[in-house]
Ligand binder design. Structure first.
Ligand SMILES: NC(=O)c1ccc[n+]([C@@H]2O[C@H](COP(=O)([O-])OP(=O)(O)OC[C@H]3O[C@@H](n4cnc5c(N)ncnc54)[C@H](OP(=O)(O)O)[C@@H]3O)[C@@H](O)[C@H]2O)c1
Length: 304
């Protein structure tokens, strides 16, 4: 499995299995399918409500595949709490407890990467980050990072004299390329991890209630027979999803395709058998449209 170095002695596989919107009861079987299909990196979160199922699937898959814990890279995320939604923002103390609770649900002694899910609470961001630094020191997570943080949010951590995150998990795909943020992350040794890579597909979150008005407007575009991703898929003899995932990997981003369909789980893993050529990479470079759309409640990188 191809990897990128996150920090000293920690390699993150480029191909990860995303689990957002996978119910807890279905997570075990799908995680097992993913590991059997060759995934060695699983992405979950306290906020997804499926850590118990993910952990059960992981345990089964390690047993049936004769794998060790260290063969699979596991990420989970701290739900920071958002006062605007009536939640209590986490403090340093409750951040420490939150990872203990996640580890219990996952049935693990440590995770490979622990992220702050979103930068909602200005007053609590530093407190939560101090918690993650301590958790890494305690060996409960091998690497630490953030998600949906902007340059300003990361500069805040630096200004407080705290360590720079190892990763920032953000929405990245041909329609939201975030060139300024990505070059800042690369300059600062922070690995960009891409989520929602498959947004340009007409099948992205096609289930009723999972889409927003903005993504609905894109659906028609994705269905056009002359869509550039359809044209490229034909040229390389692969599916459109593979083109979108391969684009992320060639940009240097670990990707996290989610699917509840075993056939798609398998085909999404076939991303190392072809290269997108320089002309097509240049064509995709011109498709950027700015902000992401995955969060129905507004772009969390715009948090104050
Ligand atoms: N940190 C954050 O704030 C954040 C936000 C969003 C996502 N994430 C992470 O990133 C992961 C991926 O993002 P995502 O779940 O938004 O979307 P995604 O993986 O980009 O796309 C998933 C959608 O595409 C469909 N799909 C998957 N493979 C397909 C294929 N080969 N052909 C056609 N359709 C396909 C899936 O449907 P089926 O399931 O029906 O196949 C689902 O509707 C998440 O699961 C989560 O782990 C993190």
């Amino acid at each position: 499995m191809k990897t990128r170095t996150l920090t000293d002695n920690v390699e993150i596989p480029y191909l990860g299995f995303g689990t957002y919107l996978i119910p807890d009861a279905e997570a075990a079987a799908l995680v097992e399918d993913a590991i059997a299909a060759g995934y060695r990196h699983i992405d979950t979160a306290e906020g997804y409500g499926n850590e118990t199922g993910v952990g059960a699937g992981l345990k089964q898959a390690l047993q049936s595949g004769g794998l060790s814990r260290s063969d699979v890279f596991v990420t989970t995320k701290l739900w920071p709490g958002n006062a605007a939604w009536g939640q209590t923002p986490k403090t340093t103390e409750s951040t420490l407890t939150a990872l203990d609770d996640s580890l219990k649900r996952l049935g693990l002694d440590y995770v490979d990467l622990y992220l702050i899910h979103a930068p909602y609470e200005r007053d609590q961001r530093l407190a939560q980050w101090r918690g993650l630094v301590e958790l890494q020191r305690q060996g409960k997570t091998r690497a630490i990072g953030v998600s949906n943080f902007s340059i300003k949010h990361i500069e805040e951590l630096k200004a407080a004299g705290l360590p720079v995150p190892h990763a920032n998990q953000i929405e990245l795909h041909p329609w939201s390329q975030k060139p300024e943020l990505v070059s800042y992350l690369n300059d600062n040794g922070i690995t960009p991890i891409a989520y929602s890579s498959l947004i340009p597909l007409s099948t992205w979150r096609a289930v009723e209630g999972q889409r927003s008005a903005k993504t609905d407007a894109m659906k028609a575009e994705g269905e056009r027979p002359d869509s550039p991703f359809k044209v490229m898929a034909k040229k390389y003899g692969v599916g459109e999803a593979q083109i979108l995932l391969r684009w992320g990997i060639q940009k240097g981003y670990p990707v996290l395709p989610k699917s509840t369909n075993p056939e798609r789980i398998r085909s999404n893993a076939d991303v190392f058998s072809f290269d997108i050529d320089a002309d097509d990479m240049a064509t995709i470079e011109k498709m950027d449209r700015g902000d992401g759309v995955a969060w129905a409640m507004g772009d969390p990188t715009k948090a104050p």
